[in-house]
Ligand binder design. Structure first.
Ligand SMILES: C[S@@+](CC[C@H](N)C(=O)[O-])C[C@H]1O[C@@H](n2cnc3c(N)ncnc32)[C@H](O)[C@@H]1O
Length: 304
C-alpha cells in the first residue's frame, strides 16, 4: 500500500480541532495519527504536532503526507505509553485520541479485520502480540464468552465461543462462517453482518483497546500543561462510558479532608469539563460518512 492509498475519512474534524485550540507555539500530541486528517488541520492552525501510531503502515503514510512540514513529527508507539513515548515533550498543550481502527486497516484483506474479505485472522494494529487466530486458540471458552459479551455485546456469545473453540479458524472468512453456523438464521441482525460483533470484540481484545484507553485516561494529568486540553473521540459505548467517568472524576473530585460531614469544596477538581455532553457528528457528516454516527467527542481542560 502506498501513502496515497491510505485514505481515512476523519470524523468530527472541525469540532475536535477547534476545541483543542491549536495555535502558533502550541504543542499537540495526536495519539492516533492514522491517515493524519486531524494532524493536518492542527498543523494548519499553526500548532506543532507530534503524531503517534502503533501501526507502522499508518505512520509511514501520514509521515509521507505531513512530513514536509517542519512542525510535524511522527513517532511509532502506543498512546497507552505516552508518558514514555513523549517524555521529552511533556507537558503539552493538547492531546487527541480518535479511537478504533482506520478505514485502510479494515479494507486491506491481509490485515485480517474484515469478515467480508479473505485474509489471515490477524487483526493486530501493530506488529506485536498474538493474532486473533492465536487468541482464539489460547483463550479458554469461558474467557472467550466474556470477550464476546463485554466487547461485542453479542447475545449469542456462548454458542459462538463454543464453535470458535471447536473450529479454531485461521482465516477471516472461515471465522465468519463459524459465526453464521453458531447463530440461528432467524436471529441474524437486519442492519449489520452477523459476524460484526464477534469481529469487533476479537479486535478489541487482540489490541488491548480498553486497557490502552484506561492507561491514557490515567496519564492525562501528567501529560498536560495548565490550560492544556485532552480530547477523546470514542465509537463504542464501553469506551465512551470510560471517558465520561474519567473526565467527571478529574473535574469533580472532592478535595475536602476526610471526615467532614458535608463537602465544602463543591467538588471542584483540577480539571474542567469543556464538553458537558458528548459532541456528536452533524446530520450532514453522518450522511457523508455513516461511521461518524456513533462518534462521541469529550474534552477536558487542566485548570491547575
Ligand atoms: C480512527 S484512526 C485515526 C484517524 C485519524 N484521526 C485521521 O484523521 O486520519 C485510529 C488510528 O489509531 C491507531 N491506534 C489505535 N489504537 C492505538 C493505540 N493504543 N496507540 C497508538 N495508535 C493507536 C490505529 O492504528 C489507527 O491508525
Amino acid at each position: 500500500m502506498t501513502a496515497s492509498d491510505f485514505q481515512h475519512q476523519t470524523v468530527l474534524l472541525r469540532e475536535a480541532v477547534d476545541l483543542l485550540r491549536p495555535a502558533d507555539g502550541r504543542v499537540i500530541i495526536d495519539g492516533t495519527l492514522g491517515g493524519g486528517g486531524h494532524s493536518e488541520a492542527l498543523l494548519a492552525s499553526g500548532a506543532t504536532v507530534v503524531g503517534v501510531d502503533r501501526d507502522p503502515v499508518a505512520l509511514a503514510a501520514a509521515t509521507a503526507r505531513l512530513g514536509a512540514n517542519p512542525r510535524f513529527q511522527g513517532r511509532a508507539g502506543n498512546f497507552a505509553e505516552l508518558p514514555r513515548v513523549a517524555a521529552d515533550l511533556l507537558p503539552v498543550d493538547g492531546v487527541l485520541v480518535d479511537l478504533g481502527v482506520s478505514s485502510p486497516q479494515l479494507d486491506v484483506a491481509e490485515r485480517g479485520f474484515s469478515f467480508s474479505k479473505d485474509g489471515p485472522l490477524d487483526m493486530r494494529m501493530g506488529p506485536d502480540g498474538p493474532t486473533a487466530a492465536e487468541l482464539i486458540a489460547t483463550t479458554d471458552e469461558r474467557e472467550l464468552v466474556r470477550i464476546l459479551k463485554d466487547y461485542g455485546e453479542e447475545p449469542f456469545a456462548r454458542p459462538i465461543a463454543r464453535e470458535l473453540k471447536k473450529a479454531l479458524p485461521t482465516r477471516t472468512l472461515e471465522a465468519a462462517e463459524v459465526v453464521k453456523r453458531a447463530v440461528p438464521r432467524k436471529a441474524w441482525p437486519n442492519r449489520i453482518h452477523v459476524a460484526t460483533r464477534t469481529f469487533q470484540a476479537l479486535r478489541m481484545a487482540v489490541n488491548g483497546e480498553l486497557e490502552a484507553l484506561d492507561a491514557l485516561l490515567a496519564a492525562i494529568p501528567g501529560l498536560l500543561k495548565v490550560g492544556g486540553r485532552a480530547a477523546v473521540i470514542a465509537f463504542h459505548s464501553l469506551e465512551d462510558r470510560k471517558v465520561k467517568e474519567a473526565f467527571r472524576a478529574l473535574a469533580g473530585r472532592c478535595t475536602c479532608p476526610p471526615g467532614l460531614p458535608v463537602c465544602v469544596c463543591s467538588g471542584v477538581g483540577d480539571f474542567a469539563l469543556v464538553t458537558k455532553k458528548a459532541v456528536a457528528a452533524s446530520e450532514a457528516e453522518v450522511e457523508a460518512n455513516p461511521r461518524s454516527r456513533s462518534a462521541h467527542l469529550r474534552v477536558v481542560e487542566k485548570l491547575r
